[in-house]
Design a protein around this ligand. Structure first.
Ligand SMILES: [Zn+2]
Length: 145
């Protein structure tokens, strides 16, 4: 299940394979550069698995739910992390109400819960609100670890 992204130059919808989400691509219509994804990607279990298996950069996963106040407090930090790490990492958001089996797979109880993956493996995991600097340092540690 590739991600569909609209070209910022011409609006053409481009299908981006999971392994290229953090790369600069080229619009199939106008041939301009398509920048790497710079915002959190809402992922269901299928998309999560696709990205986990194919991404070549570290991944931060935000397990959250709409009823969770602290999750909403953390959300701008997650957005900031996705922007700051454009091209070097991917940021996914998993709604634990919509994907309870995925939350169970990683023993997510308290949310927000942040899990960092690299080369398909869970590197670190922590519950509770943190700032974007902390999120970015987890991703940096995963890249170097
Ligand atoms: Zn285009």
């Amino acid at each position: 299940m590739p991600l569909i992204r609209s070209c910022p130059h011409c609006g053409q919808k481009n299908r981006i394979p999971a392994r290229h989400l953090a790369d600069t691509g080229r619009c199939g219509h106008c041939k301009n550069d398509l920048p790497p994804v710079a915002e959190p990607i809402a992922a269901d279990t299928a998309l999560f698995d696709e990205i986990l298996q194919n991404a070549r950069v570290p991944i931060l996963v935000d397990f959250w739910a709409d009823w969770c106040g602290p999750c909403h407090m953390a959300a701008p930090e997650v957005v900031r992390t996705a922007a700051d790490t454009q091209g070097r990492a991917l940021v996914l958001k998993v709604d634990t109400e919509q994907s309870p089996q995925l939350a169970a797979r990683y023993n997510v109880r308290g949310i927000p819960n942040f899990a960092v993956f690299h080369t398909g493996r869970l590197v670190s995991q922590q519950a509770g609100v943190v700032g974007h600097q902390q999120m970015e340092s987890w991703l940096e540690a995963a890249r170097n670890g």
